[in-house]
Design a protein around this ligand. Structure first.
Ligand code: F0G
Length: 462
């Protein structure tokens, strides 16, 4: 007999209390935070779905590995374990540890980009975009057309538009020093990229001598989607699938706070010797010596174990299923989400849910605030507050107005997910009363982290 219920494939050894607050307390907390969920105190949040980055629970094996941490400044054993784990999965020649993903992005951008360059990607994450623009280059998003239509189901909605990629490379000879593909496509709904798309993009780039890099934060989740959705991969292990994915790339940037299953860490990996040398020189300036890159030896140990735990089939099955379960509950209630549910998160389509709020009044931001006010749930806006401000200071509406509910790894259980569904259904019942927002004060880059906003009309609900 095979039983249908998919359980959390772990038991719990350490618990961390979470705290209920009253609606009045949350109302005050929001006002004090300038109506910005990033500015809340975490202890005022009941269920924190702000991000799946660095928020996961480590395993007993990882905590044991931490005790083995070798804190030698240079040549620590822990580095070699970390390097071997990354090499087994990626096969890249040079593995450069960094404290997180954006450090890898900054180093790579500073080494390969110059003003006027263009960097295509299926969709750039906000820090990748910011690091590319900081170097004076243009970050170009080339998702397939289906990737911009939240309601449309497609098995590999994270795919890059191959024709647009060819056009970009052929029309800008010498101006594209590298191309990226983000797996899974976080800003586009946590959607996977197919092996066929990776293979084709790789051929296009290699024929034109343009290196292809993977932004591989969620490589294990992408492998699971290939295994379960792409013909020919059902019998392959997630590790074998990941190995094939990396074969089509010339390098990768990784935030190991995601599928590294640890609370901090990242890497830059690549094959080109000269580029690797230049990157290591940059690393030493701001991150640290090349065998620790801003991490403790024990972090490298936790990661060496974590990369493999992320590829465990029972774990991936439970993780992807929990997210899909919430997606099914919301869809059944008529709540518009990016279809199909992503790997690490559900993305609410705020434009479809709140058609009465125009994009310049930030509907997704407003919705995320009401989810906190009513249910103590913290999510994140991926819309016009995050992406609307252009490098020249002008404002342009984002392609989509999404609210992301990102699941930390191995942290919440089925009853937490049922609670989330209840909160979302309740908020859906009062959606006509949600009002738009205006920005009172914001920095010139990555403004969503620290901007202060106000509801138009005094309160979040009319
Ligand atoms: N690339 C992608 C696709 C990401 O999702 C992130 C981080 C980064 C790069 C940067 O990595 O945070 O380690 O510097 N995403 C987190 C999120 C912050 O909430 O999605 P980092």
């Amino acid at each position: 007999m095979t039983f249908k219920t998919i359980i959390e494939p772990f038991r719990i050894k350490v618990v961390e209390p979470i705290r209920h607050t009253s609606r009045r307390e949350r109302h005050t907390a929001l006002r004090q935070a300038g109506y910005n969920l990033f500015m809340l105190k975490a202890e005022d949040v009941l269920i924190d779905l702000l991000t799946d980055s660095g928020t996961g629970a480590m395993s007993s094996e990882q905590w044991s590995a931490i005790m083995r941490g070798d804190e030698s400044y240079a040549g620590a054993r822990s580095f070699y374990r970390f390097e071997a784990a990354v090499k087994e999965i990626t096969s890249f020649k040079h593995i450069i540890p960094t404290h997180q993903g954006r450090a890898a992005e900054r180093i790579l951008a500073s080494v390969v980009l110059k003003p006027g360059d263009i960097v295509p990607n299926n969709t750039h994450f906000d820090t990748t975009r910011a690091n590319i623009e900081q170097a004076g280059a243009t970050a170009l998003d080339l998702p397939i057309p289906e990737g911009r239509r939240p309601e449309l189901p497609h098995p590999f909605k994270g795919n890059i538009d191959l024709e647009a990629l060819v056009r970009t490379l052929d029309e800008n000879p010498g101006r594209v020093p590298l191309a990226f593909i983000t797996v899974t496509n976080n800003s586009g709904g946590g959607q996977p990229v197919s092996m066929a798309n990776l293979r084709a993009a790789s051929e296009i780039c290699r024929a034109r001598a343009v290196p292809l890099f993977l932004d591989c934060c969620r490589f294990a989740e992408n492998s699971w989607f290939i295994k379960t959705r792409e013909p020919g991969y059902a019998e392959r292990t997630p590790l074998e699938i990941a190995q094939e994915m990396f074969r089509y790339a010339d390098g990768a940037t990784m935030s190991a706070k995601k599928d590294g299953m640890a609370n901090i860490g990242g890497f830059l990996a690549l094959n080109d010797d000269a580029m690797a040398q230049a990157c290591r020189n940059q690393l030493i300036l701001t991150e640290g010596f090349p065998t620790y890159g801003g991490l403790a030896g024990y972090d490298l140990e936790a990661l060496a174990v974590g990369f493999h735990e992320a590829l465990d089939e029972d774990y991936l099955h439970y993780r992807i299923r929990s997210v899909a379960y919430l997606g099914e509950r919301l869809t059944a209630a008529g709540i518009p989400i990016v279809q199909p549910p992503g790997g690490h998160a559900i993305y609410l389509d705020a434009r479809a849910m709140l058609p009465h709020i125009p994009q310049h009044q930030y509907p997704a931001w407003a919705l995320s605030l009401v989810l906190y006010l009513e249910g103590g749930v913290r999510s994140v806006e991926i819309g016009s507050v995050m992406f609307g401000l252009q490098p020249d200071g002008s404002e342009r509406p984002a392609a989509m107005e999404l609210v992301r509910l990102a699941f930390p790894r191995r942290v919440y259980t089925q009853s937490h997910v049922d609670y989330l569904a209840e909160v979302l259904l309740y908020v859906n019942g009062l959606k006509e009363r949600i009002v738009g927002m205006r920005i009172m004060e914001a920095p010139p880059v990555l403004r969503h982290f620290t901007a202060r906003l106000e509801p138009l009309g005094g309160d979040l609900l009319a």
